[in-house]
Design a protein around this ligand. Structure first.
Ligand code: FE2
Ligand code: FE2
Length: 246
């Protein structure tokens, strides 16, 4: 039954929630802008996620109800990259670099996990049966929910300072993510009752395990990037401006 897999995803989600990146994002000693300063590191995956929805998850002619649910979901998620680009500008992370420098940033050693998750997700999902695609989506949604819940808190703290709205990292996105059609009671009920064969079940558990494993690695890459490239902490900034006064 699908229900066991969903319960497994839920337990993985609880552990994911405790990772150091999320502690960093809640650290009140740091300026909220620093707490989102990993944003450029995410570029490859956020932009590719649109392509995954359009060219990997979606099937133009859905043959069953599960694929129709996936298609609807893919339509709902495929355009979020434009909010991300807006936020990069609003976070003042849109540094003045040229095209080749931009490509070097995206295809850098420091951002390699970000790229790998795109390929791993595509690997599990491309031409897979709808049941497997749906499990991949459920795991991605669980990861996304933890992340956006945390980022929306930081975005609202930052909003107080900057007076700007952040669509990707902020509340607007979280609301879209929690309002997916897949999350309506009728669809949830249907999904929970999907039957899987033993080998599909085993494959599903392995995929969920792996997805959480590489998203866990991702959080460390994001954290390292923010610590290296992020703006200074509130305390340091205060100290620096104090020094300037003296
Ligand atoms: Fe999204
Ligand atoms: Fe989503």
């Amino acid at each position: 039954m699908m229900l066991d897999i969903l319960a497994f995803i839920e337990s993985k989600k609880q552990n994911f929630n405790d990772l150091p990146l999320f502690g960093f994002m809640q650290d009140q000693n740091l300026h909220p802008r620093k707490r989102l300063s990993f944003a450029p590191c995410m570029a490859h995956f956020i932009m590719s996620f649109s392509d995954l929805n359009k060219y990997v998850f979606l099937e133009k002619q859905p043959l069953n109800k599960i694929q129709s649910i996936i298609n609807q979901h893919a339509y709902e998620d495929e355009e979020h990259w434009s909010w991300y680009l807006n936020d990069i500008e609003r976070l003042e992370l849109n540094s003045n670099i040229n095209f080749t420098q931009g490509l070097r940033l995206v295809w850098n050693e420091e951002t390699k996990i970000t790229r790998q998750i795109t390929y791993q997700i595509a690997g599990y999902s491309y031409q897979a049966i709808p049941e497997i695609k749906l499990i991949v989506l459920e795991a991605l949604e669980a990861v996304g929910h933890v992340f956006f819940k945390m980022s929306s808190k930081v975005a609202s703290e930052l909003r107080v300072i900057s007076n700007k709205d952040y669509y990707y990292f902020g509340d607007a996105h979280l609301q879209v993510e929690t309002g997916h059609t897949m999350r309506t009671p009728g669809a949830e009920d249907y999904i929970e009752k999907i039957q899987l064969t033993d080998s599909q079940r085993q494959q599903a558990f392995e995929i969920v395990e792996k997805i959480f494993q590489f998203f866990t690695e991702w959080t460390y890459e994001l954290l390292a990037y923010a610590q290296k490239h992020g703006v200074e902490s509130v305390e340091n900034q205060a100290e620096t401006s104090l020094m300037a006064c003296i």
